[in-house]
Design a protein around this ligand. Structure first.
Ligand code: SF4
Length: 237
């Protein structure tokens, strides 16, 4: 059985680097990142309409020449047992699949990649890999040994993969971001060109965070973010 679909965007140029994709949103998440802007989907998905997969695919089929694939995001898609069925159905409809994940379910990630159900994976790494900092940025305790396992799955993956990190000034300093890049490098997160996982930094958006106090926090300036990204690229090159 497919997981319930709680959101849909027909065309996105942002969610799959270099590709035009549709986006499907699945509900619930096992983390509580204070900066999460999808918290209605995480905390109150019952307030959102459930959309029909058949209707979505009927709408997308005529666009097959224009849309490269469908990005499955959330919430956290990998907590749904029906995710493999959903990905299979999308492939059968003729679309490639991209998965966004928080990396807390390494076995599921391994299974989806091994079964060739995903064509691209993006994993959000919340913080440097120590339990205290990770808990601060994820809003709940997450053993970083689990995150390391997912990173190792990524390293062995035959599909394009990218790491992302949302940088919120009160949660992560520039030094934390550099430390994360060093740790990814130590774990082998540097691979030959085309399939190389990179670490893409995303700026904090104060518009509607899960933790209301963060509304008053100013995001990093474009210059500061770009400087951090340069440093990360240098470390991972
Ligand atoms: S930002 Fe955090 S809480 Fe929100 S969906 Fe992603 S992993 Fe879950």
């Amino acid at each position: 059985m497919h997981p319930p679909i709680k959101g849909f965007i027909e065309t996105s140029f942002l969610d799959w680097p270099g590709q035009v994709c549709a986006v499907i949103f699945l509900p619930y998440c096992n983390l509580r990142c204070p900066y999460c802007h999808n918290h209605q989907l995480v905390l109150k998905p019952d307030t959102l309409e459930t959309l029909s997969l058949d209707a979505i695919l009927d709408r997308l089929r005529p666009l097959r020449d224009w849309i490269d694939g469908i990005c499955i995001t959330g919430g956290e898609p990998t907590i749904h047992r029906g995710l493999p069925d959903l990905l299979k159905t999308i492939h059968e409809a003729g679309f490639k699949t991209k998965l966004d994940t928080n990396g807390t379910q390494p076995e599921t990630l391994h299974y989806l990649i091994a079964e060739k159900l995903v064509d691209c994976v993006a994993m959000d790494v919340k913080a440097p890999l120590d339990d205290a900092t990770y808990a601060r940025c994820a809003g709940v305790f997450v053993p970083t040994s689990i995150i390391k396992k997912s990173i190792e799955v990524f390293m062995a993956a035959s599909v394009p993969s990218v790491f992302r990190c949302t940088v919120t000034p009160t949660l992560l300093a520039e030094s934390d971001v550099c430390l994360l890049a060093e740790q990814l490098k130590d774990l082998g997160a540097v691979r030959p060109a085309a399939s190389a996982p990179s670490l893409t930094l995303q700026n904090f958006n104060p518009a509607n965070p899960m933790e209301p106090a963060l509304k008053n926090v100013k995001p990093f300036t474009e210059d500061a973010l770009s400087r951090m990204q340069d440093q990360v690229n240098r470390i991972l090159s």
